[in-house]
Design a protein around this ligand. Structure first.
Ligand code: IMP
Ligand code: MG
Length: 186
């Protein structure tokens, strides 16, 4: 990956797919929906590090309930733009999930392999309920069927960065979601 010396690689950054105000509006819609679906309940929102951290922090602030939140960290083996589906848990939630209303917060569902693994793993911990919210969904890339309860945006088969999503750990801090362009491509 070519960089300008600062570690950043502006050549790879493509056009904006979803700008920050579009993202914020949708996150608030999801928050309102979750608020009404979990009325009188205290869900536990488990964000998947690192990609979902920014979405998670905006989403929890748009849910008007007595919720709690936690994080898991996973690493999937594979290249920087394709996951192999082999997932390893690096960090578990601090407390057990038994009897809890768990809402898993993911950044993006691509082949579905990471989420499939996570859902199987978390179901075994016997939460009272387990639902999934994903900011982005690439349905055309699905290899394993996974149930998504809340989806921010369906997007085409393009690699995207920004708003927490990375390419080789870069671009997570961008407020908009951009397409990634290979060097030389428009
Ligand atoms: P899956 O296991 O193929 O569904 O991949 C899910 C994981 O791959 C996500 O949690 C992301 O970490 C990563 N990923 C998939 N597509 C993209 C993308 O377009 N941009 C950034 N990360 C992605
Ligand atoms: Mg991820």
């Amino acid at each position: 990956m070519e960089t300008d010396g600062s570690g950043f690689s502006p050549k790879l950054l493509g056009p904006v797919l979803l700008d920050s105000s579009t993202i914020q509006k949708r996150v608030h819609e999801l928050g309102s929906q979750i608020t009404s679906d979990y009325k009188h309940k205290s869900p536990l929102l488990v964000g998947i590090l690192k990609g979902a951290s920014i979405f998670h922090s905006d989403l929890v602030r748009s849910i008007l309930l007595d919720l709690s939140y936690d994080f898991m960290a996973v690493c999937s083996y594979g290249s920087s733009t394709a996951s192999s589906g082999e997932v390893r848990i690096l960090k578990d939630p601090d407390r057990g999930l038994e009897g809890k209303e768990v809402l898993l917060v993911e950044d993006i569902v691509d082949t579905g392999r990471t989420l499939h693994y996570l859902v199987q793993n978390l179901k075994a911990r016997e939460p009272n309920s387990l639902k999934v919210v994903a900011l982005l969904n690439k349905p055309s890339r699905r290899e394993i069927d996974v149930e998504l309860d809340y989806i921010g945006f369906d997007i085409p088969d393009e690699f995207v960065v920004g708003y927490g999503l990375d390419y080789d750990q870069h671009y997570r801090n961008l407020p908009d979601i951009h397409l990634l362009r290979e060097n030389g491509a428009v």
